[in-house]
Design a protein around this ligand. Structure first.
Ligand SMILES: [Zn+2]
Length: 303
């Protein structure tokens, strides 16, 4: 298979539960998609099988974009997704290059891909600078500065979830203390509610529904998580001096029961940072395909 005259891109979005695969055309339409489970033996082989099956019938592709859970190393083309233990310094770029010798796959961190997609095609369109956030089972971010992605040295700039907002608190999985993710991720809000006696032990969706129905434990847990995120966002916006943040991910889809709290805490925090004027916090608009679309944009723009 070679680049030839196709404008189609093969996109991968590598997460802890699944690897989403898609063929996307030159107008960002997803033509075909499939997925490979992330937690299985011989994942590298299974991924290649999945890709070949998706591409069967495709004459050629123009580019390959890979969005991956972090950390990654763009210099080496390696990935070490925290929740895929069998891949440590896994050479994903080299693996794909061996199969598609004419194409240089472009690797980008998944939350950075979401930020890029939201900036080019979604809620961040028209802003030259923005912070993009993803809040779901984890918390991540990406920075757009002067219309360009800021990757950082290794591709992990905006590794938002593991900046500390409480350095004397308990240890995070990453080894630091008091990381934003420890409080703001969906499962953390659920755990907090359960510890306070909330009995519908399920997931964040159930917690949000319970809060909507007026359960005060559920409301307090969501308030706590939203406040942690707001503090983290204000930290980053002040450090980078940007005034727009776009927030996506599963937790952000809970609607007003989450957003009312997030906005309230965000406004309280950011108003203390006098130089960040006309600050805006905006819901993402691209939904679950934002990572795939960001991978496509990165590949096409060779970022
Ligand atoms: Zn951490």
């Amino acid at each position: 298979m070679n680049p030839s005259d196709s404008t189609n891109t093969l996109a991968l979005d590598i997460g802890a539960t699944k690897i989403a695969l898609a063929i996307v055309d030159g107008e960002n339409r997803i033509l075909r998609r499939s997925e490979v489970k992330s937690q299985q033996p011989n994942l590298a082989n299974e991924l290649l099988k999945g890709i070949k099956s998706l591409l069967s019938g495709e004459k050629s592709i123009a580019s390959i974009g890979i969005a991956s859970a972090g950390p990654i190393d763009r210099r080496l083309g390696n990935i070490s997704p925290v929740n895929i233990p069998q891949w440590r310094d896994f050479p994903i770029v080299e693996n794909l290059k061996n199969e598609f010798t004419e194409i240089n796959p472009v690797l980008i961190q998944d939350a950075v891909a979401v930020a890029l997609a939201e900036h080019r095609l979604g809620a961040g369109s028209g802003f030259s600078d923005m912070l993009g956030m993803v809040v779901s089972t984890g918390v991540g971010g990406g920075l757009i500065i002067n219309n360009h992605i800021h990757h950082g040295l290794t591709g992990n700039a905006g590794f938002f979830g593991h900046h500390s907002i409480s350095y004397l608190d308990e240890e995070c999985n990453c080894g630091r203390r008091g990381c934003v993710e420890m409080y703001a991720r969906g499962p953390a809000m659920v755990s907090r509610a359960i510890q306070s006696g909330w009995e519908c032990a399920e997931d964040f969706k159930a917690l949000a529904q319970s809060a909507r129905e007026g359960n005060d434990i559920a409301q307090e847990a969501i308030d706590f998580g939203a406040r942690a995120l707001a503090v983290g966002i204000a930290n980053v916006m002040a450090i980078v001096d940007v005034n727009v943040v776009v927030v996506g991910g599963g937790v952000s889809l809970a609607g007003e029961v989450y957003w009312a709290k997030l906005r309230e805490h965000f406004n309280n925090e950011i108003k203390q940072v006098g130089f960040v004027r006309e600050a805006q916090i905006i819901p993402a608009t691209l939904g679950a395909d934002a990572g795939l679309l960001g991978a496509v944009l990165a590949a096409r723009e060779m970022l």
